[in-house]
Each structure stands twice: as C-alpha cells, then as structure tokens.
Design a protein around this ligand. Structure first.
Ligand code: TXA
Ligand code: MG
Length: 349
C-alpha cells in the first residue's frame, strides 16, 4: 500500500486534509496521527472491519483491546452503559488529556475494539491536531500506539515511518508528543477504581478525586507474577533487543553499581540511560544517552522510548538504565523501564 503523508501547515491541518482524513475513516481506512502522549494508529471505532485492520497492521495480539478517542463528552453516551458521577468529575479535571477511563460498554461498541470484553476504554486527547481530527470526524476513533507490536511506542514521525510506512493509508507528521509515554489507564468498573497503567495523569492527581484509588501492583512490582488486569500490560511491550537492567536508589550508588557492571562486561556493547546529573560519569560505556534532568520528569518521559529505540539502532548488547522514584510521573517512567528490563531491576541501592 502507498501511504499518504500529510504535513502540518503552521502547526495545523488544512480544511482539505481534515476532509481527507475524515473520509478515510468513513471508508474504513487507517490513519496515524499525533497525540500528546504518543502517536496513535486510528480507525473508525464503530467499524469492526476497520478495527481488525489495526491488529493486522501492528501485528497486535487479538486479545488486547483498543482505546476509543473522542472530542466531546457527549460522545460517551452511546458508547457506555452508564456514566458514573466520578467520571464526570475526572473529565472536568483531566480531559482533554492523558487519562483513559474504562466503562461498561454499550452494545454499539464492537467486540473488535474491546477484544470481547464487556468494558471499553475511552480517552479525550489534548493534542491540538488530534483534537482537530476528532472534532471534525465526530466518530469515536479506535487507536493503539502507532508502533509494530513489541516495539516501544513512537514519539517521533521518523519512528512511525520506520514501523508503519506502507502498512497504513495516511500518516500525519505532527512533531514530538509532549508526554512521551502512553496515557494513564483507570478502571472505573472496579471498586475502588484502579490504575491499570500509570501515565501522565498521576496517582497523586487522581487521589484528589478518588481518595481510596487502587493501583494494580503488577505494573510497578517486577516480583509480582499475578496476571495484570489490563491485557496490554502482560505483553513484553516496550522491550528493546538488548538485555536491559534498571537500577534505582541513591543516585551516587546507582552510578557506582552501573560502573561496576560496565567493568565486568568489557567485551559487551553497553548503553547507559543517564540523566543531566550523571551523564559524565560513565566513561567505559559504548554509548551514554542523556534522558534529561531528574528535576524534569516530563523531559525524561519524552525521551525514554526514543532512547530505547536508538539502543536497537546501535545494536547494543546491554542497557543499564538509571531508575526514578515511584512518585508522580516517576511511576509511569519506572513502569516502562520495568517492562523494558523484563523484571531485571535492582531497587533500593
Ligand atoms: O496514550 C495512549 O493511550 C495511546 C494514544 C495513541 O492514545 N494509546 C495507547 O493504546 O497506548 P494501546 O493500545 O497501545 O494501549 C491501550 C492499553 C492496553 O494496555 C490495553 O490492554 C488497555 O489499554 N485497555 C484497553 N481497553 C481495555 C479494557 N477494556 N480493559 C482493560 N484494559 C484495556
Ligand atoms: Mg501500545
């Protein structure tokens, strides 16, 4: 398939481009567009054949449900059985933005979207281009991250092209998403509401509205071997080719531990994921990637997936990643690092 590339003009889509994208959705086609978290691979969420194409293009396991993206709160009515009061409060506070809420689904939502579950995930993105598209089409758009299954979510146009050029109908080049990790997934069908995937809207943010909020332990504790409640969390997503290890604790001890390991693996190509504060400390490594300042977790999150992908480009054997405190956005970052490390994590250094 020949993929049509759409570029923004002065950060916006033209009226013609919006029309082309809307028509593509109505014709059951696949469109990649930027969101504030990561790029999404969209199709009409009410068209099961189009939704199935998403799974095929990504090579996604068929038991992993998709998120529906909307522009207006009123669109929810026909997609869910009931809207809990807390959902309205959450939407007032965090929508549009990087929060996905899970509801009991209505009969209108196809099984192809929910992978046969009785629940449906819905999110209202804040990225101006995503919003323009969703406002124009008014269809609920099913969209997973726009990567091939098993690769880190794409946070640049270049990575989208690498994975999906030739496999989708349209790709919108929308620059770099501001969050860099996927949305927080919050299950409102369990009591208390439970965070199934940590992201840009943090547990601390959500606690202001749901004081007794729960968090699925498997997403932050690599020793917890119970099955995660969100199907997507059980896959070894985000995983780079290299053998990855994460070390957290006192930054000084972390630097020492990583340097010790570099020393004992001298024959290996080693990449270190470091920070502004530590980037000059790893002389023996093959490459040192600076994720940004520890004082600015948004910056770290923004650069994380690109760093993992560049380790693959450079065919490194081992990645040693510095960890972060399990607070605020640090929880989302650590969840992605735990997955990239497939559980090989040393905490409390
Ligand atoms: O930030 C995001 O959420 C991005 C952008 C494109 O919006 N999308 C995204 O989609 O990350 P995806 O498909 O890569 O991840 C969706 C996650 C998966 O872990 C999936 O299992 C979970 O949400 N999910 C979807 N529907 C669910 C449901 N009904 N119950 C439990 N988990 C669900
Ligand atoms: Mg994904």
């Amino acid at each position: 398939m020949k993929t049509k590339i759409i570029k923004l003009k002065e950060d916006k889509l033209s009226k013609e481009d919006l029309e082309i994208i809307d028509q593509a959705f109505r014709d059951g086609k696949l469109v990649v567009f930027p969101t504030e978290t990561v790029y999404g691979l969209g199709a009409n969420g009410l068209d099961p054949d189009a939704d199935k194409k998403i799974f095929k293009a990504k090579g996604r396991p068929s038991d992993n449900p998709l998120i529906l993206h909307i522009a207006y709160m009123s669109q929810i009515n026909e997609l869910v059985k009931e809207i809990p009061d807390v959902a309205r409060e959450l939407s007032d506070n965090f929508w549009p933005g990087p929060l996905t809420m899970i509801f009991n689904k209505s009969d209108l939502v196809p099984d192809a979207v929910t992978a046969g579950l009785d629940t449906v995930a819905i999110r209202m993105p804040s990225h101006p281009v995503a919003r323009e598209i969703l406002k124009y089409t008014k269809l609920p758009i099913a969209a997973p991250s726009a990567n091939l299954s098993g690769k880190p979510s794409p946070t640049t146009y270049k990575r989208v092209m690498e994975d999906l050029d030739g496999l989708v109908d349209i790709i919108v080049d929308g620059g770099k998403p501001s969050y860099g990790i996927e949305s927080t997934v919050l299950d409102l069908t369990s009591d208390p509401a439970m965070i199934l995937r940590p992201g840009g809207v943090t547990k601390e943010d959500l606690r202001k509205i749901i004081p007794n909020i729960a968090i699925d332990n498997t997403i932050i504790d690599s020793n917890d071997k119970t099955v995660p409640k969100s199907p997507g969390q059980k896959y070894k997503h985000y995983a780079p080719q290299a053998d990855c290890y994460t070390f957290a604790g006192d930054p000084f001890n972390v630097v020492n531990e990583i340097n010790k390991r570099i020393e004992t693996n001298k024959d290996k190509k080693i990449a270190v994921l470091a920070t502004d504060q530590t980037v000059d400390e790893y002389e023996g490594a093959y490459m040192v990637i600076n994720l940004g300042s520890r004082e600015n977790l948004r910056e770290i999150a923004q650069n994380l997936f690109e760093a993992l992908r560049s380790c693959d480009d450079n065919k490194v054997d081992i990645i040693y990643a510095e960890g972060f405190e399990l607070r605020g956005l640090g929880v989302g970052i650590m969840n992605r690092l735990l997955k990239a490390s497939a559980g090989k994590v040393v905490l409390g250094l």
